[in-house]
Design a protein around this ligand. Structure first.
Ligand code: PLP
Length: 419
């Protein structure tokens, strides 16, 4: 199955765990992964995550640790920071957040007090749970106001954001989303934030890999704070980082540790450093270009098949399909597609009337299949398979045939990272 058949360090002698990992590896190799937030990391990233660095406690920051024996982990963290600053063209960065939610929470803790106002994108329209969901800390501790996309164009309505900002006077505006298929104009958000004296945080969890490839305008130097996950389009280990101007360094560092985290995951920070180096390569820029090219190709194939695409298309790594006119929910679609080995997720769409557990839509993303080396021809094949599945979702014989075709397609693109 290709030169990276051993793409796992799962050969543990704990057979119970090892066998489950093997089965998961087999699943990843035999299904078509179209979840917009997932990717396949390189062997180097995986190896680094499995290193002895996991043994080390290192509360604090390079040169200021609460534990002895941190000489080498200091070097690792400094290397990760330097590489991140080079990659994002920034002068300060914190590489310790364990996840995107924690990076966002650290910013809230840094600049907000309980009860302060946040203006963020409505979850239904593409925002993230950590931007104000009532069960998330953000929704419990802060007063959340939300902006929506325009009901006609399904694009962010910047005039409406401005209007809401003037009415609500938030202390923090969040630009960034989990399921917005278009370019986000961070400069417009900056203007609005300045008009009302708010901080601006760009949550680039999804698009960080596109930003560093020059395929999406950067928020660095525009937003006060940029947060990003390292495991989505950036194709690194599961984790996050914060980029900001160095005038905020003390505030942010304190918020991450001891504010919301304890000891940093040094093995993950090392793997982030590996990821940042990979993302500086020209081949990564080319990878970013192909993610978007594939996303557009798959999106337009499905549009031609009669599926309604939210906002009419995509500028990035993902797009949303509204299934309302197909008499099908996102939940139904996920069931049918999973049965043939196509893995996507159900997703709310703007102004969705259905619950997030059911949804009127699905979200499809191309970072993982692009890592596998698939291109436009394969996107057309995938489009055909998705369309056939959804149109024949109650026909078991047809679904069986499609499932075979899915297996055949993925077999030609073994899971490994090309750059
Ligand atoms: N922010 C956005 C916009 C996201 O889409 C996500 C995850 O999907 C996150 C934050 C949270 O990242 P994590 O799952 O690493 O906490």
């Amino acid at each position: 199955m290709g030169k990276h058949d051993n793409h796992t360090l799962s050969k543990t002698t704990d057979t119970e765990v090892g066998e489950i990992i093997e089965r998961e590896l087999k699943r990843q190799k035999s299904q078509l992964i179209l979840i917009a937030s997932e990717n396949f990391t390189s062997q180097e990233v995986i190896k680094t995550m499995g290193s002895v660095l996991t043994n080390k406690y290192a509360e604090g920051y390079p040169g200021f640790r609460y534990y002895a024996g941190c000489k080498y982990v200091d070097e690792i963290e400094e290397l990760a920071i330097n590489r991140a600053n080079k990659l994002f063209n920034s002068n300060y960065c914190n590489v310790q957040p364990h996840s995107g939610v924690q990076a966002n929470t650290a910013i809230f803790l840094a600049v907000l007090n309980c009860g302060d106002k946040i203006l963020s994108m409505n979850l239904r329209d593409g925002g993230h749970l950590s931007h104000g969901h009532k069960q998330n800390l953000s929704g419990k501790y802060y007063e959340i106001h939300t902006y929506s996309v325009d009901p006609e164009t399904e694009l962010i309505d910047y005039e409406n954001v401005r209007k809401l900002a003037k009415i609500t006077k938030p202390k923090l505006i969040i630009a960034g989303a989990s399921s917005y298929p278009r370019i986000i104009d961070f400069k417009k958000f900056r203007e609005i934030a300045d008009e009302v004296g708010a901080y601006l945080m760009a949550d680039t969890a999804h698009i960080a890999g596109l930003i560093v490839s020059g395929l999406h305008p950067t928020s660095v130097g525009i937003a006060d704070f940029t947060t990003a996950t390292t495991h989505k389009t950036l194709r690194g280990p599961r984790g996050a980082l914060i980029v900001a101007d160095k005038k905020y360094s003390g505030l942010i560092d304190k918020s991450v540790f001891p504010g919301i985290q304890g000891g940093p995951f040094m093995h993950i920070i090392a793997a982030k450093a590996v990821c940042f180096k990979e993302a500086m390569k020209d081949s990564f820029k080319e990878y970013g270009r192909r993610i978007v090219e594939n996303s557009k190709a798959l999106c337009s194939y499905l549009k031609d098949e009669g599926f309604r695409i939210v906002s009419g298309g995509t500028d990035n790594h993902l797009f949303l399909i509204d299934l309302t006119n197909k008499n099908m929910t996102g939940f139904d679609a996920v069931g049918a597609l999973t049965s043939v080995g196509i893995i996507i997720n159900k997703n709310v769409i703007p102004y969705d009337k259905l619950a997030p557990t059911i949804t009127s839509g699905i979200r499809i993303g191309t970072p993982a299949v692009t890592t596998q080396g698939m291109g436009i021809d394969e996107m057309h094949k995938i489009g055909e398979l998705i369309s056939l599945t959804l149109k024949n979702r109650k026909n078991k014989t047809k679904l069986k045939e499609i499932s075979k075709k899915v297996k055949k397609l993925v077999k030609d693109f073994p899971v490994y990272t090309k750059c």
